[in-house]
Design a protein around this ligand. Sequence first.
Ligand SMILES: *[C@@H]1O[C@H](CO)[C@@H](O)[C@H](O)[C@H]1NC(C)=O
Length: 205
Amino acid sequence: MIVVFSISSQSRADLLTLGLAVTNVLTGLVWISIRPKSITPVEPQGVECQVIYSHLPESVVSEILWVWESLSAVTCCKSLVIVYDCQCIVQIGVAAKSLNIGEPFAVDAAKLMQGSVYQGVLKSGAQSYLANLSLYPGRSELPFLPSNTQAVILQPLGDRGIAVLGGDTIRGFTTSDQTWITYIGEKLDATLAKYMSSMPSVVQE
Ligand SMILES: *[C@@H]1O[C@H](CO)[C@@H](O)[C@H](O)[C@H]1NC(C)=O
């Protein structure tokens, strides 16, 4: 039996269109699968706080407040913690709740500086960007951040401290935010190094 199979030019055009449509759908599926699943901000759960180390002079406090206001205005940063010379210098923005209702989870500066998160940053001497915090095992060393914090930047302050920035959006900090935060880190290190070394040395326990 002979089957004569003829395709009119109209059907050929239809097949071509169908082929293109299928290709578009497949390309679309690949695109969807590589696109970030969630880039919407997630409101951090916790308590608003503003804890500032009480021995800082006015000028240092206003520099820190300026840094915080700028960061929270132009980046996805919702929480900022600065630890320097084993002191918690600042805890500002949204913090995790402590067991005492309405109070922020206090930062244990010595514990943070001994932990692997700080030691890793100190060793590399460079900023570390945890763009999707839920993938990161070291997050348990940051119990003071709201538990649903989406992204974190760990910025070393020279070799004496660290700034921890919590954001409300996965991959929410842009490349220029990161660069800018590095410069802020250098500036804060210079300010704090000058001030903290003029302080009477801490009494040993
Ligand atoms: C972030 O990590 C979690 C945990 O593995 C994962 O389920 C989620 O899809 C990731 N989000 C993005 C946007 O990559």
